[in-house]
Design a binder for this molecule. Structure first.
Ligand SMILES: C[S@@+](CC[C@H](N)C(=O)[O-])C[C@H]1O[C@@H](n2cnc3c(N)ncnc32)[C@H](O)[C@@H]1O
Length: 368
C-alpha cells in the first residue's frame, strides 16, 4: 500500500500537515518526511514533533536514519527503560513464576499500567478467566493493544486507555478482581502516594483475599567506598590544582546507576533500610528510622548503594542487586563527606520516607 494511503493526514500534527501533504505526493515520500521532522521538529509546539515522530515510526519502513532523527523527540517521554524493562529476564521470570503459581481458571485479573501488555499476556497465558488492564498513555495503550492482538489474546484481555484511578467495578470490571498486577516504581522504587493508591485498589477494586503482585518492597543498602561514584555526582574542591567547584551548581544529590555496578570497595553487608507492605492497613509510605551498619572492611565510606527487592505472594522475588544487569537501576546516596571506618565500627544512617520520596543520609550529617 502506498504511503499516502497509510498516512492519514488527520493524524499528522497541524504544524507538519501542509508540508507532509505536499511530500506525500512525491514518488518516494519517506526521505522527505524524515527530513521534515528534522527541520521542523524543534520549532513545532507541544508534543507535535513527538507525535509526528511516532507516526513516522509506525508507518515508514524501519531505518537507522529514521530511528536517529526521531529518537530525540521520543526519548523524553518514552525513555529506554520501556525497552530495558521488557529485556529484564530477572523481572520477567519473577512475574511469570508468580502468575503461574497463583492464577487459576477462576482468577479475574486487573492490571494498573499495562505498558507493552507483557504482564497482562502472561496472566492470560497462565489461565486467568479474564484480564482487565489499563494504560493511560495513548501511544503506549495502542502498542499494548496491537501486541495483545498479534499474540491472539484479544478475547482474553480487555485493555482500557484510562488512568487506573478511573477504573470502576461495574463500568470496567464485571466484579472485583482476584489479582492485581502492577509495576509502579521509580528509581528509588517508591511511588508518590503509594499508600493511598493501594488502599483504593483494595477498597474498591479487589476481593478481600485478592493477591497483589508484587505485594511487598524492601529497600536494601550497603556502605561503599568507591570514589568513582562521587565523580558521577559532583567535582572535588580542586581539579588539576584549580577550583572549578562552581559547576557543582549542577550537582546531583544522588544518582541511579546502570547495572551491573562494579563495586570494588564494599564496606558493609547489605541491610534492609525500609519495607513497604502493600497489604498493610498502615501507611507504608511514611516514616523515618535509623539503620546501623557495621563496617566489614577498613576504608572511607562515600555513601550508600541502594536497591530494592520485590516480593510476590508465592515466594518469587525480583531484586535489582548491583551485580545484576536489571532494568531498574541501583541508586547511590552520597554522604556529605567520606567517613573513615575500621572493621567493626558502626555507622548510623537515616532513612526517611515522605509521601513522595525516599531519602538516605548520615544520621547526624556534619559539615566538618
Ligand atoms: C513500568 S510501566 C509498565 C511496564 C509493563 N509492565 C511492561 O512490561 O511493559 C508502567 C506503565 O504505567 C503507565 N501509567 C502511569 N501512570 C498511570 C496511571 N495513572 N494510570 C494508568 N497507567 C499509568 C505508564 O504509562 C507505563 O506505561
Amino acid at each position: 500500500m502506498p504511503l499516502s494511503d497509510r498516512i492519514d493526514l488527520d493524524q499528522v500534527p497541524p504544524s507538519f500537515r501542509p508540508f507532509a501533504e505536499a511530500i506525500l505526493r512525491q514518488d518516494d515520500p519517506a526521505p522527505g518526511l524524515i527530513r521534515l521532522l528534522g527541520t521542523l521538529g524543534e520549532k513545532a509546539p507541544g508534543g507535535e514533533a513527538r507525535d509526528f515522530a511516532l507516526l513516522l515510526r509506525r508507518t515508514l519502513p524501519q531505518s537507522a536514519r529514521l530511528d536517529r532523527v526521531s529518537e530525540v523527540y521520543i526519548r523524553d517521554k518514552y525513555p529506554l527503560w520501556y525497552i530495558r524493562a521488557i529485556n529484564d529476564r530477572h523481572r520477567n521470570t519473577a512475574y511469570r513464576q508468580a502468575l503461574q503459581a497463583l492464577v487459576t481458571p477462576d482468577t479475574l485479573v486487573v492490571e494498573a499500567g499495562a505498558g507493552s501488555g507483557l504482564f497482562a499476556m502472561l496472566a492470560a497465558r497462565a489461565g486467568a478467566s479474564h484480564v482487565y488492564a489499563c494504560e493511560n498513555d495513548p501511544h503506549v495503550a495502542a502498542i499494548a493493544r496491537a501486541n495483545i492482538e498479534n499474540n491472539g489474546l484479544t478475547g482474553r484481555i480487555t485493555l482500557y486507555e484510562c488512568r487506573y484511578q478511573d477504573l470502576r467495578v461495574g463500568e470496567h470490571l464485571p466484579r472485583r478482581a482476584d489479582l492485581l498486577l502492577h509495576e509502579f516504581v521509580n528509581p528509588q522504587f517508591l511511588v508518590p502516594r503509594m499508600a493511598s493508591m493501594f488502599k483504593r485498589f483494595r477498597a474498591e477494586l479487589l476481593t478481600p483475599a485478592a493477591r497483589i503482585l508484587p505485594h511487598r518492597f524492601a529497600t536494601t543498602g550497603m556502605l561503599v567506598g568507591d570514589e568513582w561514584l562521587l565523580d558521577s555526582i559532583r567535582v572535588p574542591a580542586l581539579v588539576e590544582g584549580l577550583d572549578v567547584s562552581g559547576i557543582n551548581l549542577f550537582a546531583s544529590a544522588g544518582i541511579t546507576l546502570a547495572g551491573p555496578v562494579p563495586i570494588e570497595q564494599p564496606l558493609s553487608a547489605a541491610r534492609t533500610l525500609a519495607e513497604f507492605d502493600l497489604l498493610s492497613e498502615e501507611d507504608p509510605s511514611h516514616g523515618s528510622r535509623t539503620v546501623e551498619f557495621e563496617a566489614t572492611a577498613d576504608g572511607y565510606a562515600v555513601g550508600i548503594l541502594q536497591w530494592v527487592r520485590h516480593d510476590f505472594p508465592d515466594g518469587s522475588t525480583y531484586e535489582n542487586r548491583p551485580e545484576l544487569a536489571c532494568n531498574w537501576w541501583p541508586a547511590f546516596w552520597p554522604f556529605p563527606h567520606p567517613v573513615p571506618l575500621a572493621v567493626g565500627d558502626t555507622l548510623a544512617v537515616r532513612v526517611e520516607n515522605t509521601d513522595t520520596e525516599l531519602f538516605i543520609d548520615l544520621d547526624a550529617p556534619s559539615d566538618g
